[in-house]
Write a protein that binds this ligand. Structure first.
Ligand code: 9D3
Length: 310
């Protein structure tokens, strides 16, 4: 897959190209990265890429002409290579990126990413040259370069051959949409903490069941929004119930609340990893398949469904 990134700070991308999974994939030709600096598409002596905002206010706005010329150069070059590519602008106003969007894009032959700086870009650039707008989350960064690198890292690791090993996503497709289960390696004891006995049992079916249960329980506790979206199968419901009853049985505030979780909170309970999680008395889920505090799913919210494709 080919990435063309429009950026005023191409040097920053050595964070992606230097080392790691993405760097290796780029070196091996699994992905390609081409950088375009709008400053190279200016005509004035000062190579101006920004200007003061109409209407006043603090900060500067990226001018249309240098960005548009850089985007067009990127598109011309990708088209010449026989590669179709959409233009994405990374901005706080974009649709929140998630793994589904990343997976969809990983099947495209090319993607042009525009990284903004200053207060952002002239709105007419978005209207005239941009196909889609993406945010990486509700926090404020100082530019689009880190988001562009993050997006490429997330995509590249999905490309065939980018990881050394078979994708765990393919291995555990049932676990999609869940948080990970906890992991352990040697030694068997750290201070007071034992590795959960089931992991030493050699019973692979029991281990798989325990891991799914941990993933379900942690997702319920920490990310009820993910669980609501994904739903629970008939086999998963009793597993989650077992986890919840084991965790409810624990003394609150006892030892090892992993970290404070802003939250669903009706099923708090310190840490996971108890051998007793399997089985256990049926907790009163009251028929709930989604955690408390959950918004009614499937209802239209403002801006939903988001106009991903324009
Ligand atoms: C503090 C400036 N803000 C005005 C009140 C607006 C603003 C402009 C430019 C906020 C952030 C940025 C730079 N951010 C990005 O380019 C960006 C971003 C982000 O800040 N958060 C989440 N996702 C993204 S994608 C690109």
């Amino acid at each position: 897959m080919r990435f063309d990134v429009v950026t005023l700070f191409p040097e920053q991308f050595s964070a992606l190209t230097g080392d790691g999974v993405a760097a290796r994939a780029l070196r091996r030709g699994i992905a390609r990265l081409v950088l375009w600096n709008p400053r190279d598409f200016t005509a004035d002596t000062h190579r101006t890429v920004d200007d003061r905002p109409y209407g006043g206010g603090p900060g500067m706005v990226m001018k249309v002409a240098p960005l548009a010329a850089a985007i067009e150069a990127a598109r011309t070059a990708t088209a010449a290579a026989g590669i179709a590519s959409r233009v994405a602008y990374l901005s706080p106003q974009g649709r929140p990126l998630d793994q589904a969007a990343i997976a969809r894009r990983s099947r495209a032959p090319g993607w042009v990413l525009v990284a903004g700086r200053y207060e952002g870009v002239d709105e007419r650039l978005i209207e005239g040259w941009v196909d889609e707008e993406w945010s990486i989350g509700d926090f404020v960064l100082s530019g689009g370069e880190l988001p562009a690198m993050l997006v490429m890292d997330a995509i590249i690791r999905l490309l065939p051959g980018a990881l050394g090993h078979a994708s765990s996503a393919a291995q555990d497709s049932y676990a999609e949409g869940l948080l990970d289960f906890p992991h352990y390696t040697r030694p068997e004891v750290v201070g007071e903490r034992q590795v959960p006995a089931v992991l030493l049992s050699g019973d692979h079916a029991a281990i798989a069941r325990w891991r799914l249960q941990q993933a379900l329980g942690r997702t319920w506790q920490r990310r009820p929004d993910l669980l609501a979206r994904r739903g629970l199968s008939a086999a998963e419901q009793p597993l989650l119930e077992g986890y919840l009853s084991a965790h409810r049985a624990q003394a609150p505030g006892s030892a090892r609340a992993p970290q404070p979780m802003p939250a669903p909170a009706s099923t708090p309970g310190p840490g996971a990893n108890r051998a007793g999680d399997l089985g256990g008395a049926a907790p009163n889920l009251a028929g709930a398949t989604t955690p408390p505090g959950e918004l009614a799913p499937g209802k239209l919210a403002p801006g939903d469904p988001p106009p991903e494709e324009r």
